[in-house]
Ligand binder design. Structure first.
Ligand SMILES: [Zn+2]
Length: 92
């Protein structure tokens, strides 16, 4: 009887350890993900595109060949540009 009890006890104890390790691993995994997310968001927010006052498109680079004749090239946030303009076929 004593041996059976010890066996059962150690089985339960082992599963508790496994569960703790799993939860700890999961938590540290989530923590690692949250540290990476803000960096990605910051990059997306600071996306700058280039527009001309009379143009219908926005450009990913001021060196785009359709911008060669434009004297006024303005840099604005991509979110602002998307409201009124479509992406340039050449550089997007
Ligand atoms: Zn372009």
């Amino acid at each position: 009887m004593k041996t059976n009890f010890t066996k059962t006890f150690s089985k339960i104890f082992a599963s508790v350890i496994v569960a703790t390790v799993l939860i700890c691993g999961l938590t540290s995994g989530i923590t690692a993900h949250t540290t990476f997310t803000p960096t990605i968001n910051r990059n997306t927010n600071s996306s700058i595109v280039y527009i001309t006052p009379n143009g219908e498109c926005y450009h990913s680079t001021p060196k785009c060949r359709t911008l060669r004749r434009s004297k006024q090239i303005k840099s604005i946030d991509i979110k602002e540009a998307q409201k009124t303009r479509r992406p340039c076929k050449v550089c997007h």
